[in-house]
Design a protein around this ligand. Sequence first.
Ligand SMILES: *Cc1c(COP(=O)(O)O)cnc(C)c1O
Length: 222
Amino acid sequence: MAINVAAYNLIREELAESGATLVAVSKTKPASDIQALYGLGQRDFGENYVQELVDKVPQLPQDIRWHFIGHLQSNKVKYIVPFVHLIHGIDSEKLLREVSKQAVKNNRNIDVLLQVHIAQEETKFGLDAGELGGLLNNFEAEPLPGVRIRGLMGMASFSGNKDVVGAEFRYLRSLFDQHAARTSEGLLFDLLSMGMSGDYQLALAAGSNLVRIGSLLFGARN
Ligand SMILES: *Cc1c(COP(=O)(O)O)cnc(C)c1O
């Protein structure tokens, strides 16, 4: 196992221009790889699986900001709320309510992003535009304690067609802009999480300020 230092430095340079934050996606990779990237100054790491994340946290420095980027089940929220920095994949009101409940229990304020379905593939999770508007309207009418909605997250189609992928990112950006004007309690739209190893440049061009990159940094996953 080895991290790709050259790729890391290059990505850091590219991101410095836009001011976007890099989340290094370390799912399936050993704690030693995370430690190596941490040694280069990286502090934001993303994981997809609750058990894997909970196992890794005690092995690694305490000032790491852990991003949960996977599909989160309500019954597992309680395991990550004590330490998580940002939950990217909120895709239902039920899940948001559970985060609120656990946040209050743990005396924490948890920042979350709402996941929007922007890809053509049926299998990707997320709200559609109507569901997003509905959830935000309900939240404005009845803010949930302990949670702050910081913006949106999305995954583009797994496609080599840059026009398709670019259009999907621009669509998410337009939804972000549309809702960024909301200013109620518990709403602060300042984060737009989009872009992975294969498409982060297109995402940055569309206005992403949070990219989630795994394989370019850590190598391909098995
Ligand atoms: C795995 C994963 C990534 C990183 O993917 P790479 O192609 O390895 O950069 C980003 N976002 C989410 C939601 C993921 O599940």
